[in-house]
Write a new protein. Structure first.
Length: 579
């Protein structure tokens, strides 16, 4: 039977999830709701496509997402499906930063994934197009796709355009840093106010290669996003075409039964890690990729990510370590231009399937290398021979840690510890200018369980940089860092302090040695002394003893495995797509 409108075979609903709410006399009550919303019998007979949006008024990252999702509906209809839009939450890191609100950020990734899963499961949708803009909504949306395994396409809402201040492009990272400059007496308060008014000139996510743009690059590299769709800034009118194309293409994936787990194989995760390092991306990539892999049942932890980082050239000159922002990368040719040179050097797996229905290599073949652009270096002549992000391991972090070295001049550091048990105390010491050059600042009890929520430390790191101390001190935490962080800042230290990891046993004055070239991080204290300290150590109780953060703390696992809250695909007894 042919669908007259499309001249293509009509969909057989007998194997699609939506049959449970649309087919047979017993589903008459269910269909009555769809008639109430204006659907026709023909609409109800078509596949139901979830269009999930993380749109809201919380921050400019998310303000265009609902409009883009609505445009996607037209593509779904043109492709022969019936779109069903719904929304999920976001917690916006830039606004949650530097106070207790940041404890909600990483936990929101799980809530986003869970809420998308529950909505799709509850309504028996057949496919999914997901729109996200702010840091945790990107991996959260992709985690849901991998968990559900219905045909899926991920769409990034796009980055903000750069602000302009004193004849320079600026981002919100510059605003965080000017706070430190003001505290140091290096600029007047008027500079703070002038910069804050122009740094974020409109819609879109943070413009540097921070977490949102890093994970947007991951979306393309891992094969879940349409080629060269994600680095286009949010205000560009062509984003409407991307949204429509995603809606239309999802129906082709449904026809061909191409699912996320067909696309996101182990080699695709390796490609994604390669792109994080090559772009000098956020250290949060080392947290989110293992979490996504958990949804597929693929073993891919922080050390797997770090091993790929070791052999990846750093080739994209992006902020915060470099000169350019996402708009510039888009104009230089986007993620596929970067992947063109990496594939030419044998650094990518070109045989991985993508949402185009073609392989990554076939998609890349359609791209012509642009030797005139200045953002993306040829992989033969990189900015530096190894990636912008490095994994560390040693006696202070037996379960690993991670540091972003893109743009750094100093890769070794040794000094006495200065210990703080929360970020607020550290920030107060920075503001009071009591931090001394050469110190290794420890911020502990900020891990996934201990925070709870594994806060980012951008307010503190940016203030240190503003004080001119960015590479004159090292900062180590069992929490996280923003993609906007720069300087010698090491996060994800595990085991975390809350479970009695070595970071819980550090005392002021202990010597800590870090070597980002060798990948080591060591506490220079003898085993006998550490054993005595361990005996004297007692667990701390945090202030979140009920509600969502309590529940999160009970379930969350270590950062080395992505700080996930459930066993993932390895414990599955069924996959939603096959119900």
């Amino acid at each position: 039977m042919l669908d007259d409108a499309k001249k293509r075979p009509a969909f057989d609903k007998s194997k699609l999830p939506s049959r449970h709410v649309t087919v047979g006399p017993e589903r008459a009550p269910h269909r009555s709701y769809y008639y109430a919303m204006g659907l026709t019998a023909e609409d109800i007979a078509k596949p139901f496509v979830a269009v999930a949006s993380a749109g809201n008024d919380s921050a400019p990252c998310n303000t265009t997402l609902d409009a883009q999702a609505d445009i996607c509906r037209g593509g779904v209809i043109e492709g022969g499906g019936t779109p069903r839009r719904f929304n999920t939450i976001t917690v916006t890191d830039g606004i949650a930063m530097g106070h207790q609100g940041m404890k909600s950020s990483l936990a929101s990734r799980e809530v986003i994934a869970d809420s998308v899963e529950l909505s799709v499961r509850g309504h028996c949708y057949d496919a999914l197009v997901g729109f996200a803009g702010c840091d945790k909504s990107l991996p959260g949306m992709m985690m849901a796709m991998l968990r559900l395994n219905v045909p899926s396409i991920f769409v990034y809402g796009g980055s903000i355009l750069p602000g302009r201040y004193k004849d320079k492009d600026v981002t919100v990272g510059d605003v965080f840093e000017v706070v430190g400059k003001y505290a140091a007496g290096a600029c007047p308060l008027s500079d703070v106010h002038d910069l804050e008014k122009v740094a974020c000139p409109g819609h879109g996510a943070c413009g540097g290669q921070f977490t949102a743009n890093t994970m947007a690059c991951v979306g393309e590299a891992i094969g879940l996003s349409l080629p060269n769709s994600n680095m286009m800034p949010a205000p560009y009118k062509d984003r409407a075409g991307i949204a429509h194309a995603a809606g239309k293409q999802i129906m082709e994936l449904l026809r061909r039964n191409i699912r996320p787990r067909d696309i996101c194989i182990k080699e695709a995760f390796e490609n994604a890690a390669r792109i994080v390092a090559a772009t000098g991306g956020s250290t949060n990539g080392g947290l989110h990729l293992p979490a996504m892999a958990n949804e597929v049942g693929i073993a891919f932890d922080l050390f797997d990510v770090a091993n790929i980082f070791k052999t990846t050239p750093y080739i994209a000159d992006l902020k915060p370590g470099g000169k350019y922002v996402a708009k510039d990368m888009h104009e230089a040719g986007g993620v596929y231009m970067l992947m063109k040179t990496l594939l030419a050097e044998g650094l990518l797996h070109g045989n991985c399937l993508t949402v185009t229905g073609k392989t990554l290599g076939e998609n890349i073949d359609a791209v012509t290398w642009n030797p005139n652009q200045k953002v993306i270096y040829d992989a033969k002549k990189p900015i530096s021979p190894t990636g912008g992000v490095v994994g560390l391991r040693g006696s202070l972090a037996p379960d690993g840690a991670i540091v972003k070295v893109a743009g750094m001049h100093r890769l070794q550091f040794e000094g006495p510890a200065r210990v703080f048990d929360c970020e607020e105390d550290t920030f107060a010491a920075v503001e009071a200018r009591s931090i001394k050059e050469g110190e290794v600042i420890i911020i502990r009890y900020e891990g996934p369980k201990g925070g709870p929520g594994m806060r980012e430390m951008l307010s503190t790191t940016a203030a240190l940089y503003g004080l001119g101390m960015g590479e004159k001190v090292a900062l180590i935490t069992d929490g996280r860092f923003s993609g906007a962080t720069r300087g010698f800042c090491i996060g994800h230290v595990g085991p975390e302090a809350a479970v009695g990891g070595p970071i819980a046993l550090v005392k002021d004055g202990d010597i800590i040695s870090i070597d980002a070239e060798k990948g080591t991080i060591d506490l220079k204290v003898d085993e006998k002394t550490l054993a005595e300290r361990k005996k004297a150590w007692t667990p701390r109780k945090n202030n979140y003893q009920s509600g969502a953060l309590w529940r999160y703390a009970q379930n969350v696992g270590p950062a080395v495995n992505g700080a996930v809250t459930h066993p993932g695909a390895k414990a599955e007894t069924h996959v939603y797509a096959d119900i």
